[in-house]
Design a protein around this ligand. Structure first.
Ligand SMILES: Cc1ncc(COP(=O)(O)O)c(C=O)c1O
Length: 420
């Protein structure tokens, strides 16, 4: 899906958020990540309206730069981080600690100490071992850490196996059915001096295009909350229902998701006050506003006759086709007559570096620009230096004005890491 403010002018040139893409490519080079700032803001607004801004934490793992933090902060949103690196990065750039939700299967003691000292809003724990470690750090720091328990709701999601996080075999969360989750709640409640137990978390998976998996997960969480209440008297203040909303045209809207959550949870929790329903969108907010721009640098014919277009980037800046079999939409300038069926390959020394197989594009020449859509999520944040290829710069564009968010890294940056 192209971003909200993407069009072709009468000469067949691509225009991105009011600026010609050719001009942006000349100014910043290619490959290049572009973000339509007004589209980002509109998506942030859609989530804020649906859930209330204080209940939305943008998933940093999908895309994290200072400019995104500025937009999230200005809109009153929170941030979900999954590592000490994301936590420290956000804090160093001035993101308010009380609006941070801290995740991760491995939270080193140093990260828990930072959370305790800086007053991180919520720490989401994933195992009894983590509860013990958090209690230890909180007591050392003479702090009381606000905690959610991540549940494994055992929901099978029809998505790529690497994107399903709530399934029975998943390493995330604490299982409910075998009693582990209830035992872990008892552990949390027994350390009231160190733990401010706020409620539950789930994240059933990503790229979900129907309500069912979200609602099965929410029902499992709410049912567990009721069990805990009858066993211990503890009632949740917060249910954080994770992210995962897909971006296909038939995916539910944030508003219908919020409504459906409430309609599922309220009858199950009828015996007490409705908890705050929080959410952690990543892809929905940052993917459609982002595109990657490449130059086509070579054209060649393979032994089986297929035509390859080679671009000046690939799996180092856009790993999703190789990782998840993603088939991104893309476009070249439509001003030429004719169409051809091509395969588009990245420049890396790897036969899996295919941007798209079997795609029809308007006739191209070496030197043309190729625009890949929906690359705003899990591309820049997953970029690597494979083959010592630079990570492209990120540029936000609004009303024709380009504002760089990161620069392209280079040989000097890499050499600075060398020790010999
Ligand atoms: C705990 C948690 N929250 C939120 C997200 C964001 O998911 P998405 O980008 O699909 O919305 C993820 C992604 O895997 C996650 O693991």
């Amino acid at each position: 899906m192209p971003p909200l403010h993407f069009s072709w002018d009468s000469d067949g040139r691509a225009v991105f958020a009011g600026a010609p893409v050719s001009g942006l490519a000349s100014a910043f080079g290619t490959p290049l990540y572009l973000y339509d700032e007004r589209d980002l803001t509109a998506r942030i607004e859609a989530y804020s309206q649906a859930f209330g801004k204080e209940n939305v934490a943008v998933a940093a793992k999908a895309f994290l730069t200072g400019r995104l933090l500025d937009l999230a902060q200005a809109a009153g949103l929170g941030l979900d981080v999954v590592s000490e690196g994301e936590l420290e990065f956000a804090l160093r750039l001035g993101f308010p600690p009380e609006r941070i939700i801290m995740h991760g299967l491995h939270k080193p003691a140093s990260a828990l100490r930072t959370a305790a000292r800086q007053g991180v809003g919520l720490v989401v724990l994933e195992s009894p071992g983590e509860v013990e470690e958090t209690v230890r750090v909180a007591r050392q720091e003479k702090a009381r850490i606000p905690v959610l328990l991540r549940l494994a709701p055992a929901v099978d999601v029809h998505t790529h196996p690497s994107l399903a996080t709530g399934a029975p075999a998943s390493q995330f969360g604490v299982p409910i059915a075998d009693g582990q989750a209830l035992e872990t709640v008892r552990l949390l409640l027994s350390a009231e001096d160190a733990i401010d137990f706020k409620g539950y978390h789930m994240h059933v998976g990503s790229q979900i295009a129907t309500l069912d998996p979200f609602l099965s997960g929410a029902a499992a969480v709410a049912t567990f909350a009721r069990t805990v209440f009858s066993e211990t008297g503890s009632w949740p203040e917060i249910l954080d229902l994770g992210g995962g909303l897909g971006i296909s045209p038939d995916s539910p809207s944030p508003a219908s998701l919020r409504q459906a959550y409430a309609a599922t949870i309220a009858p199950i929790l009828k015996s007490g006050p409705m908890p705050r329903l929080m959410t952690e969108p990543g892809r929905y907010i940052v993917s459609p506003p982002g595109v990657t721009v490449y130059h086509i640098v070579q054209r060649k014919t393979a032994a089986d006759g297929r035509t390859y277009l080679i671009v000046d980037g690939g799996m180092s800046d856009g790993p999703r086709p190789a990782l998840y079999g993603a088939r991104p939409e893309l476009a070249v300038s439509p001003d030429r007559s004719g169409e051809e069926l091509v395969d588009i390959a990245g420049m890396h020394c790897e036969s899996g570096d295919i941007v798209r197989r079997d795609v029809r594009v308007t006739s191209t020449e070496v030197g043309d620009l190729l625009i890949v859509f929906d690359t705003g999520a899990y591309n820049h944040s997953m970029a690597s230096h494979y083959n010592r290829v630079s990570v492209p710069p990120v540029v936000f564009v609004k009303d024709g004005v380009a504002r760089p968010a990161t620069r392209r890294d280079n040989l000097s940056d890499w050499l600075r890491l060398e020790v010999r």
